[in-house]
Design a protein around this ligand. Structure first.
Ligand SMILES: [Zn+2]
Length: 83
């Protein structure tokens, strides 16, 4: 089974959340700086492709403002914004 990263959510800050259904590799991607926050390293050594088709076929859910973000993610955003 191929390792295909699917866009599963876009947060209000434009940060994208990607996950591989095969190994569970799961990370946040800040699209401008292309900084990643790894939430689950999964099979990190496997080659992963981004599923562009998946993005087109199924619109990712957009996280609501009141949806709680993981604490580590909030810290990460604060760090990005703080420089
Ligand atoms: Zn994978």
């Amino acid at each position: 089974m191929d390792h295909i990263l699917a866009l599963i959510a876009v947060h209000p800050t434009e940060v994208q959340e990607w996950q591989c259904a095969n190994c569970g590799y799961h990370f946040m991607l800040e699209p401008i700086t292309r900084t990643r926050l790894i939430l689950d390293s999964g099979d990190f050594s496997a080659p992963h492709d981004f599923s562009v088709g998946g993005v087109e076929a199924g619109a990712p859910k957009v996280a609501q403002d009141d949806e709680p973000l993981p604490k580590e993610f909030e810290d990460w955003i604060n760090k990005l914004e703080g420089g």
